[in-house]
Design a protein around this ligand. Structure first.
Ligand SMILES: [Zn+2]
Length: 274
C-alpha cells in the first residue's frame, strides 16, 4: 500500500518571505506528507524564477514543485500589448520540453475588493478573458482568483465554458464564495479549493458550504505565505500547513484524514496531470 500524500495546489514559494529558509520549508513540506505542490504565478517577470524552482525541487527529499503561468488580477497594470506575445512565446518554448512542469494558467480572475474603479475592473476582465483563451489554446486548466466579483466571474466562465463538456477547466482557488457560486462553477467543469480560511473561527458559513461541495470536486491549498490556518494564525504560512486544511475538511465531512488525502490528491493529479 502506498503512503497517502497531500497536494498543496496553491503556493508562492518564490516570495522573499522564504529567502532565508526556502529549502527547509520544502523539506518540511515533504516530510509532513506534502508530496507535490503547484506554484501559482502573479506576474510575467516571476516565470523565470518559477522555472528554476521547479527544476530545483524535483522530489528527492523535497516536495515536487509544479508551476502555473499567469497574471494576477491585481497586477493588471503589468499587462501591456507585449505581455500576450511574451506569455505565448514562453508557453510555446517550455511546453515543447519533455520534462516541463507547467500545469496551469493562473492565477487569473477578478478582484473587485482591491480594485474598485470601473476602469480597473474593465482591464481585469480583459486580461481574464485573454488568459482563458490561452488556457483553451494550450489545454491547460485555470487557477482562478475571485474576490467580491462572483457574478462577473460566473458570467465570464459561462461565456467560455457553458458548452464544453470538460471537467478539467480549472479550480476556484482559496474559495470564500457562496454555495450557489460553488455549485455553478462545478457545473462548468471547475474544482473548489479550500485554504486555511476554512479553519478560521469566523468561517462558520464557509464550512457549511464545504459540507455541500462534493469531495470529488474538492482540492486543498495553503496560498502561502498568506492565510496561515487558525492553529498558526498570524505566522507565515507554508505548504506543510495544508495538513490543517485536510484535518478541518475531515471533520466537516466526517471522514478520516487518510480518505481526504487520497481523494483530494487524486483530484489534483487528475486536474493538473501531476
Ligand atoms: Zn495566490
Amino acid at each position: 500500500m502506498t503512503t497517502p500524500i497531500l497536494i498543496d495546489t496553491h503556493a508562492h514559494i518564490n516570495f522573499n518571505e522564504y529567502d532565508s529558509d526556502r529549502e527547509e520549508v520544502m523539506e518540511r513540506a515533504f516530510n509532513s506528507g506534502v508530496g507535490k505542490i503547484l506554484h501559482s504565478c502573479c506576474r510575467i517577470n516571476e516565470i523565470e524564477t518559477l522555472l528554476k524552482l521547479s527544476k530545483q525541487f524535483n522530489g528527492n527529499g523535497f516536495s515536487d514543485l509544479y508551476i502555473a503561468v499567469g497574471v494576477h488580477p491585481t497586477e493588471f497594470h503589468s499587462w501591456d500589448n507585449e505581455s500576450e506575445s511574451e506569455i505565448l512565446a514562453i508557453l510555446d518554448k517550455e511546453l515543447a520540453q519533455p520534462d516541463h512542469k507547467i500545469r496551469a494558467i493562473g492565477e487569473t480572475g477578478l478582484d473587485y475588493y482591491h480594485c474598485t474603479t470601473g476602469a480597473e475592473q474593465e482591464k481585469q476582465r480583459e486580461i481574464f478573458n485573454k488568459q482563458i483563451e490561452l488556457a483553451k489554446r494550450f489545454q491547460l486548466p485555470l487557477i482562478i482568483h475571485t474576490r467580491d466579483a462572483e457574478s462577473d466571474t460566473l458570467n465570464i466562465l459561462e461565456a467560455h465554458f457553458k458548452n464544453t463538456k470538460s471537467d478539467r477547466n480549472g479550480t476556484i482557488h482559496c474559495f470564500t464564495g457562496s454555495q450557489d457560486f460553488a455549485l455553478a462553477c462545478i457545473e462548468l467543469g471547475f474544482f473548489i479549493s479550500w485554504s486555511g480560511i476554512l479553519t478560521f473561527k469566523s468561517s462558520k458559513s464557509l464550512r457549511e458550504v464545504a459540507k455541500v461541495v462534493p469531495l470529488e470536486k474538492t482540492l486543498v491549498e495553503t496560498d502561502c505565505p498568506f492565510l496561515a490556518p487558525q492553529a498558526q494564525r498570524g505566522k507565515r504560512n507554508e505548504p506543510s500547513y495544508v495538513n490543517y486544511v485536510a484535518e478541518q475538511l475531515s471533520e466537516i465531512k466526517g471522514l478520516g484524514k487518510t480518505e481526504i488525502m487520497n481523494i483530494t490528491t487524486q483530484n489534483a493529479e487528475y486536474l493538473f496531470k501531476i
